[in-house]
Write a protein of this length. Structure first.
Length: 113
């Protein structure tokens, strides 16, 4: 049922119309607090993490590669050393998390399972 059909069916009595509108409002609030707001907080935390990166940090990329930040080429790109002679350029957006956080998540999964 669409919102328009709900409103058209509810025109016969004012109480039914307001209860329908209230229910729609409650559903929108639930979506906001359980879906939209946590995503915004997660995105904000990821941005803050990426802005706080510094030379020497050990990180994990979104592709799962572990490496150490060697230098910053620009505001958006980072040079990561993934082996003793292998250096790769990545966008900051491709850095997922710090390696110690990844190891901690693995330990938590192992204890839960």
């Amino acid at each position: 049922m669409t919102l328009l059909s709900i409103l058209l069916q509810a025109k016969s009595s004012g109480a039914d119309m307001w209860s329908n509108i209230t229910m729609i409002g409650l559903i929108l609030l639930v979506f906001y607090f359980f879906m939209i707001r946590p995503q915004q907080a997660k995105a904000k935390a990821a941005t803050k993490f990426r802005e706080g990166l510094k030379k020497g940090d050990t990180v994990v990329t979104i592709g799962g590669e572990y490496g150490k930040i060697v230098s910053f080429e620009s505001d958006d790109t980072v040079i990561i050393e993934i082996a003793s002679t292998v250096k790769v350029k990545y966008e900051k957006a491709a850095i997922s998390m710090e390696a110690s956080q990844k190891a901690q998540q693995k330990e938590e999964k192992a204890t839960v399972a």
